[in-house]
Design a binder for this molecule. Structure first.
Ligand SMILES: [Zn+2]
Ligand SMILES: [Zn+2]
Length: 160
């Protein structure tokens, strides 16, 4: 792993520890390790992939260990769950406080990117309220092709 990336993850973990301190909750060594693994992956990882990697440092880890840690990290909004992939990704928004999480999911390379558009949040809230519904949160999963995959590669480009 590149040094600056390593530093960035370290800073994110420290920031997470501060948030926990303010919230009066504990970022235990195990929770911190699981968050670290998710940050290192960057992309989506499943609970079992995380469990495999967790075993390197926590040999006795079992599925409930990882699920409890993931629940905690989701509650604190450090990570999000992509339902359709049954996978977890780090939250990329600094304040971790958005009611409508928005993801761009590439069907070709499987990359997931979080975006934040307050207009989408407001539109969803209004639509729900019009139906007399009290929204507690929303997750928008947008399928398609990412910018990298959409770009034609030089090899496949037609000769005209
Ligand atoms: Zn987020
Ligand atoms: Zn892609």
């Amino acid at each position: 792993m590149k040094q600056n990336r390593h530093q960035a993850i370290k800073r994110q973990l420290e920031a997470a520890a501060e948030v926990c301190l303010r919230q009066g909750v504990k970022l235990t060594d195990l929770r911190r390790r699981v968050l670290g693994l998710i940050l290192e992956t960057g992309g989506p990882s499943t609970a079992y992939q995380l469990l495999d990697r967790l075993k390197a440092t926590h040999r006795n880890a079992v599925p409930p260990t990882i699920y409890r840690a993931l629940d905690f990290l989701m509650e604190q909004r450090f990570i999000h769950k992509i339902e359709r992939m049954n996978a977890f990704i780090p939250c990329t928004q600094a304040d971790h406080f958005h009611r409508a999480v928005q993801f761009l999911i590439c069907g070709q390379c499987g990359s997931v990117n979080e975006i934040e558009d307050p207009a989408i949040e407001k539109a969803l809230e209004r639509a729900a309220q019009r139906a007399g519904f009290q929204p507690a949160g929303a997750m928008v999963e947008i399928n398609g092709t990412c910018a990298t995959c959409a770009r034609p590669s030089p090899k496949t480009r037609l000769p005209y």
